[in-house]
Design a protein around this ligand. Structure first.
Ligand code: BES
Ligand code: MN
Ligand code: ZN
Length: 504
């Protein structure tokens, strides 16, 4: 899809379809009022007849009977101004784009969404994200003719610098989410640690990021016993992938610190010797690299943000498979930190690779750590398919992460790391154990990871639910969602603005 800017009012655009926002209570905004005038008041009467509520998610396709250049208008609900943030606008423009596509639209025009809580740049940015993400499909493995209905061009009415800046940022963020979705949807016979590393390398090359890739030999030298153990059962060797963004003016970087974004990147999680039962659960386990996918997606946006601090993207990539060479229940590993871990289950592998990734990141000088991981079924039980559990050793960082999620409409919820449960971490024969009883499984997993944070501010996002959509949502089709990319980008922007301002 091409994005263009054309001068003139929305109603005058020579396109086939217009996207027009409508708020609650059927009060018409400027654009809807302009359409209504051209239709001699028929739009207002239709809205009243249909009881159109103007809530986010509501759409209505209205023909214009040649009263304006466009042949149809897609009305999209934008909800009340006080609740209208980036997530709401993205959802509203996503469902509008889908309705337009279903109605045969090829060239669609939009104005600037009514701002609500957002700046002009912020609202067009969210609209751009919404359109691209709403229309996303993963067709890489479909043979035969391409789908007939596709929107070829999105036109924004206007063209001032702020509009253009917002759209460009929206395109960059959406491309990051699309990258994460594409990687998450790739089957595990195509995406394994080595091919994931090749993707990271191509990204680093394209975006001017530094990159280091460590294979088994280097991991051995680094003492990364956890990543090595998890990867041991697979014919595909593990990789530790490290991308680095360094600010242009690096004298500022020392003052402004650095952050590491760390992604669990298990390209397929069979469970290992503790093999998962057959069924949907194991089939879906290609998504177990979604944390790494989100980190790569965010890193792809980072060069567009002009950040004054260093950003590390660290992916711990392995395939967890059963074989004669696999690590076993009962094994004791020595992690890169020196701490030993007794294996209760080879299926609790994410916390193991993350342990080494945290130690590595701290060794690289990271002053804050944010990890994303499809870590536990327990988190999905607690918060449902769309909810991310946030676990942290630092309330300031947790608050920043939660605020970032709110700004983009990703559903983040803080979970406790209660001291009362810390005793469950103790191994019988080693320092730690990687499993405990089933209850509070997501909290236990987070407590385990915290053991490797060395007191550095750290937040852990358990994205086992939201990384995959089992049904269509307003912003995603079935499959990998790229969840986390937009929150990470918002978090980095907040930190660049000294915490306050949020999105552009
Ligand atoms: N990758 C899974 C968690 C998962 C579950 C991801 C559902 C996506 C959707 C993780 O490695 C795992 O197997 N966790 C176990 C931990 C248990 C063995 C302690 C779980 O949650 O059951
Ligand atoms: Mn597992
Ligand atoms: Zn896993």
């Amino acid at each position: 899809m091409e994005i263009e800017f054309r001068p003139g009012a929305l109603v005058e655009q020579e396109v086939d379809t217009l996207i027009v926002p409508v708020g609650p209570g059927q009060e018409l905004g400027d654009e809807a009022a302009a359409v209504n005038r051209r239709l001699d008041g028929a739009l207002a009467r239709l809205l009243a007849d249909r009881d159109f509520k103007g809530a986010v998610g509501d759409t209505l396709v209205v023909p214009t009977f040649d009263r304006l250049p466009a042949r149809q208008v897609v009305l999209t609900g934008v909800g009340a101004p006080e609740r209208r943030g980036g997530g709401e606008i993205a959802r509203a423009w996503s469902v509008a784009a889908r309705a337009a596509r279903d109605a045969g639209a090829q060239v669609v025009a939009s104005g600037t969404p009514p701002a609500g809580q957002l700046s002009t740049a912020g609202s067009v940015r969210a609209a751009t994200e919404g359109v691209i993400l709403g229309l996303y499909r993963f067709l890489a493995y479909k043979t035969g003719p391409a789908p007939a209905r596709t929107i070829e061009t999105l036109v924004f009415a206007g063209g001032d610098a702020e509009l253009k800046r917002g759209v460009a940022l929206g395109e960059a963020v959406a491309a990051g989410v699309v990258l994460a979705r594409d990687l998450g949807n790739q089957p595990p016979n195509a995406l394994y640690p080595e091919s994931l590393a090749a993707e990271a390398e191509a990204l680093a090359e394209a975006r001017g990021l530094g990159i280091q890739i460590y294979g088994p030999h280097e991991l051995e030298e680094m003492g990364a016993g956890a990543i090595l153990a998890v990867g041991k059962g697979s014919v595909h060797e593990p990789r530790l992938i490290h991308l680095t963004y360094t600010p242009q003016d690096s004298s500022r970087s020392a003052a402004q610190g650095s952050i590491a974004l760390i992604g669990k990147s298990i390209t397929f999680d069979s469970g290992g010797i503790n093999l998962k039962p057959s069924g949907e659960g194991i089939t879906r386990m290609k998504i177990d690299m979604a944390g790494g996918g989100a980190v790569l997606g965010a890193m792809s946006v980072v060069p567009s943000l002009g950040l004054p601090f260093t950003v590390h993207g660290v992916l711990a990539a392995a395939e967890n498979m059963p074989s004669a060479g696999s690590f076993r229940p009962g094994d004791i590993l020595t992690t890169m930190s020196g701490k030993t871990v007794e294996i209760g289950s080879t299926d609790a592998e994410g916390r193991l690779v993350l342990a080494d990734a945290l130690t590595y990141s701290i060794g690289q000088g990271a002053q804050a750590l944010v990890d994303l991981a499809t870590l536990t079924g327990s988190n999905v039980v607690a918060l449902g398919e769309q909810g991310t559990g946030v676990y942290s050793n630092d309330q300031g960082l947790a608050d920043e992460v939660l605020a970032a999620g709110r700004a983009v409409g990703e559903l983040l919820w803080q979970m406790p790391l209660w001291e009362a449960y810390e005793g469950r971490l103790k191994g019988d024969f080693a320092d730690l154990r990687n499993t405990s009883s089933r209850d509070g499984g997501a909290i236990f997993a987070a407590l385990f990871i915290r053991e490797f944070s060395q007191g550095v501010p750290w937040a852990h996002l358990d994205i086992a639910g939201p990384s995959w959509a089992s049904r269509v949502t307003e912003l995603s089709t079935v499959g990998a969602t790229g969840h986390g990319v937009r929150s990470l980008v918002a978090l980095l922007e907040r930190r660049a603005n000294g915490g306050a301002a949020g999105r552009a």
